[in-house]
Design a protein around this ligand. Structure first.
Ligand code: DSN
Length: 418
């Protein structure tokens, strides 16, 4: 970063500080990961200089000789990795990708059905504060209070009553396998378009560690930077030609201008990496690690929503530990264990001060950590949270000790790309 250091030493120093922070902490944020050096390199290139409104072979600016090849490679790799006929790699991120689905299939005021935010759904699945909840008519499903899982009979009942034109499955805090065939059957019964938002699990789907929505969902949206381990970006995929045409028109010119070509190139690199055999091992290990961490936490008296996990994600309700999610996440962060506070289903507390924390194993698995490290992380989490619930001075001592031990662990497992 020699040029950056001389032009803007302040920003250069801050970037270095963030790199050190990432190196020294255990990333347990379920939606984050570490990209490879190759993905980082593709992101920081001259491709950022180019405008290319349109699609390969049909652009509104000249000079697309190279960009067309890059975008075509990204599209072909996405199609081959996920087994779909069409892919659009231009959405700037997950929210614009989901908004494009509305624009492609709905009119303002139409009914959309998605999982409610407090139950694990995403803002863009029709939650009230999102444009999707303001401009469309949202109806919601949740999870059962006794199981913490989606009740497909209830989903069907709501769908038959409300007749949504679009149904979303997937979300941001779902620790269990999504039943794509059951959602597809319901969507067919009510004549709705089924959108599978696989942002969290895309890497698991690509690596064969979660069932695929292909053949069930009409459209698939995903970010590229979570378990898929690419740059910050998104993709939309479809099998039917008419769906693909509607999605393409919705992304450009419906919602966006020029695609971010440096991101497109980095997505292409990440997709190549995800097609390798090692990525299948990675995806499997993410789930093995997640289940080992869940087991450790259960053994230490933590309450896990749905009682465990099938994927990379664990949602903890800290109520039995006598502490809120926010103070717990803040204390864990000071100890070098990075999480986010999160609402849990039927949460009596407010979203900015909820009962839970959400964790995931995509990042730690990218660092090469395994089951033994998951057990250690579970023990540290318990020590920090239990001390915090008891006594502030004791909590300070535990946080300082754990922070030192976390540093020793992270030094043994260097993160990719750093
Ligand atoms: N911010 C993403 C997540 O953390 O799941 C969702 O948009």
């Amino acid at each position: 970063m020699s040029s950056l250091s001389s032009v803007d030493p302040q920003i250069a120093e801050l970037i270095k500080a963030e790199e050190r922070r990432q190196a020294d902490t255990v990333k347990l944020i379920a939606s984050e990961n570490y990209v490879s050096k190759a993905v980082l390199e593709a992101t920081g290139t001259v491709l950022t200089n180019k405008y290319s409104e349109g699609y390969p072979g049909k652009r509104y600016y000249e000079g697309q000789q190279v960009i067309d090849q890059i975008e075509t490679l990204a599209i072909e790799r996405a199609k081959s990795l996920f087994g779909v006929n069409h892919a659009n790699v231009q959405p700037y991120s997950g929210s614009p990708a989901n908004l494009a689905i509305y624009l492609a299939f709905l009119q303002p005021g139409d009914t959309v059905m998605g999982m409610g935010l407090p139950f694990g759904g995403h803002l863009t699945h029709g939650w009230s504060v999102s444009a999707t909840g303001k401009w469309f008519n949202p109806v919601r499903y949740g999870v059962r209070r006794d199981t913490g899982r989606v009740d497909m009979d209830e989903v069907r009942e709501i769908a038959l009553r409300e007749r949504p034109k679009l149904i979303f499955c997937g979300g941001t805090a779902i620790p269990r396998t999504i039943d794509f065939p059951a959602f597809a059957e319901i969507a067919r019964e009510v004549g709705a378009v089924l959108a599978a938002d696989i942002a969290h699990i895309a890497g698991l789907v690509a690596g064969g560690a979660h069932p695929s929505p292909v053949g069930h969902a009409d459209v698939i949206s995903t970010t590229t930077h979570k378990t898929l381990r690419g740059p910050r970006g998104a993709m939309l995929m479809a099998t039917a030609d008419e769906h693909a045409t509607a999605l393409n028109k919705a992304v450009f010119p419906g919602l966006q201008g020029g695609p971010h070509n440096h991101t497109t190139a980095a997505i292409a690199v990440a997709l190549k990496e995800a097609a390798a055999d090692e990525f299948k091992d990675y995806a499997r290990q993410v789930v093995v690690n997640s289940q080992a961490l869940a087991e450790e936490l259960l053994g230490r008296g933590f309450d896990l929503v749905s009682g465990g996990t099938d994927n990379h994600l664990i949602l903890l309700d800290l109520t039995p530990k006598g502490i809120g999610g926010k103070p717990a996440a803040q204390a864990l962060d000071r100890a070098g264990l990075e999480t986010n506070y999160n609402t849990v289903p039927f949460d009596p507390r407010k979203p900015f001060d909820p009962s839970g924390i959400r964790i995931g194993t995509a990042g730690v698995t990218s660092r090469g950590m395994g089951v033994a490290e998951m057990r250690q992380i579970g023990a540290w989490m318990d020590q920090v949270v239990s001390a915090l619930a008891k006594d502030q001075d004791e909590a300070e001592r535990v946080i300082t000790r754990v922070q030192g031990e976390v540093r020793e662990l992270t030094a043994r497992f260097p993160a990719p790309g750093l």
